[in-house]
Design a protein around this ligand. Structure first.
Ligand code: MEV
Length: 442
């Protein structure tokens, strides 16, 4: 049977499933039934999910967990996290409790502006282009009025449009580099709509402007070619700071000396500041916390990932996003990260679980959500580096992983209870769990 198909998107959902299972699966009925098992019994709700993307055949589940006791700027939060990795929520909860007992987290939003660019090629006199840009700028703003009216009413909108000469980097390359304030919206649609209108008005103005038809131009005939108009996911001016600090002596816990821990922890951060192999894993741990909250709140985790990793390399070397200082007996741990998130628009009012997560978070605005997400990332990094520099991570990881291994072997609830009890006092390894199951079953 051919594995190629024309007009797949036009088939009904059942026809799509039928084609897939007939074409790719040996146990056809079972494969098709599995997909249907994950449909929501509420047809209207299922249709809502179906319409999020094209060619939906079923729902793909991730666990939604919560990490309570996050004290942020003296307010308690329970943070929702959608993630598959066993140890992440447990680590977040542990770090939350640790810092709650030491004054909690503090956060500050350092900026909220976002960037979009119209990229174009221009051949001709740069002074003529600059003069044209100065003249047309008010028209660019006027022509976007219908798009910006609502945003401006709420206090946002277009903050700036600059002409940037990038010809040093690429022949004939220029940009309209634009700055926006999109308040509680992530703003992608708003920014892209403004940019496409700028591009149109810029091109129309260019075509109608006699200065570009001057045959005497020393740079030759002027030509303008708009290449594309798109927001940037690099948002180094949409930044939030999350931090936690306490006297070094307060870091002392059972089995851990505060002074020793602070120094070793700071060395671990210093390594991630100079060694990209370590920095990538270090920052991955931060993203465990960030992505989980970004997903739970229906935001675009790919945009957040791209922006944060670019920011981690802003000095020309990929580095740790978190930093430590030890001064006058005080341990301070902090992170500045770019986060362009929204609390209105997108999935936020559509996805029932996203709505639920927003209520759990007490309906934060975008600035508050930036702060919550940043704290989740900082806490996750604290938990990871604390484990790495003290017990190692496998102890905690494997404990959480125990349930996954038991599920792989279809363990019953009583087998799980027995295993959990046994592995309280025995190291969890894959082979130890397998032998344990075999033993209790024989
Ligand atoms: C695992 O998902 C994340 C860690 O590797 C992060 C780190 O090494 O800092 C534990």
């Amino acid at each position: 049977m051919t594995k190629k198909i024309a007009g797949f998107s036009k088939l009904s959902k059942l026809e799509k499933i039928n084609w897939l299972t007939q074409t790719y699966f040996s146990r056809k009925e079972e494969a098709s039934q599995l997909l249907k098992t994950y449909w929501n019994s509420d047809q209207k709700l299922q249709q809502l999910h179906d319409e999020f993307i094209e060619n939906t055949i079923t729902n793909y589940y991730l666990p939604l967990g919560v990490a309570p006791n996050f004290l942020i700027n003296d307010t308690y939060y329970t943070i929702p996290m959608a993630i598959e990795e066993s140890s992440v929520v447990a680590a977040a909860s542990k770090a939350a409790k640790f810092w709650e007992e030491r004054g909690g987290f503090k956060t500050t939003v350092l900026g909220t502006t976002k960037i979009g660019q119209v990229h174009f090629m221009y051949t001709g006199d740069v002074a003529v282009l600059q003069a044209f840009f100065n003249d047309i700028k008010p028209t660019l703003l006027k022509d976007t009025r219908s798009i910006t009216a609502n945003m401006e009413k709420r206090g946002g909108g277009i903050l700036n449009i600059e002409l940037v000469d990038k010809t040093d980097a690429l022949n004939n390359y220029y940009q309209l580099h634009c700055t926006f304030e999109t308040l509680d919206a992530m703003g992608a649609n708003f920014i892209n709509s403004c940019l496409e209108q700028f591009a149109q008005s810029f091109k129309d103005g260019f075509d109608a402007d006699a200065r570009f038809r001057e045959p005497a131009s020393p740079a030759g005939r002027s030509e303008l070619n708009i290449i594309m108009s798109i927001l940037s996911n690099y948002v180094p001016n949409c930044i939030v700071r999350a931090e936690a600090s306490c006297p070094i002596k307060d870091l002392t816990e059972k089995g851990i000396d505060g002074e020793e821990f602070a120094v070793k922890f700071a060395q671990a951060i210093a390594i991630a500041e100079v060694e990209p192999y370590r920095a990538v894993t270090h920052n991955k741990g931060i993203m465990n916390g960030i992505d989980a909250v970004v997903l739970a709140t229906g935001n675009d985790f790919r945009a957040i990932e791209a922006g944060i990793h670019a920011y981690a390399s802003k000095d020309g070397l990929y580095k740790s996003l978190t930093h430590v200082s030890i001064e006058k007996g005080v341990f301070r741990f902090w992170m500045d990260i770019p986060l362009a998130v929204g609390t209105v628009g997108g999935l936020t009012k559509l996805h029932p679980l996203v709505k639920w997560c927003f209520e759990l978070l007490q309906h934060p605005n975008a600035k508050e959500l930036m702060q919550i997400i940043a704290v989740a990332g900082l806490a996750q990094n604290f938990a990871a580096v604390k484990s790495l520099t003290t017990t190692g991570i496998q102890q905690g990881h494997m404990k959480m992983h125990l349930m996954n291994i038991l599920n792989q072997f279809d363990a019953s609830n009583s087998e799980k209870d027995e295993a959990i009890n046994h592995f309280k006092t025995h190291p969890v390894t894959h082979s130890a769990v397998v032998s344990f199951i075999e033993k209790i079953r024989s």
